[in-house]
Ligand binder design. Structure first.
Ligand SMILES: [Zn+2]
Length: 79
């Protein structure tokens, strides 16, 4: 099953327990990072550009169900 992606007007909701706020998201992405190292060699990522991204799975933190999410409207969303 593919996980539907939330949009500006929608959010995830666990279809089993109704959780709206806490999920473990497994995501794979290709990212270009601008790494700036200080003189001690400590790296800091100053810019990130996401080239592509896909959500592999979403697990509910409350009931541990995997990929059992649906999209519902956000409160006050203009639909
Ligand atoms: Zn749940």
């Amino acid at each position: 099953m593919t996980v539907p992606k939330p949009t500006a007007g929608t959010r995830w909701r666990c279809t089993l327990c109704g959780n709206l706020t806490r999920f473990d998201v497994t995501r794979s992405s290709r990212v270009v990072e601008y790494v700036h190292l200080d003189l001690a060699g400590e790296p800091q990522i100053e810019e990130q550009e996401v080239l592509s991204e896909s959500i592999e799975s979403v697990r509910c933190r409350w009931c541990d169900a995997a990929d059992q999410v649906e999209l519902v409207d956000r409160p006050g969303a203009q639909v």
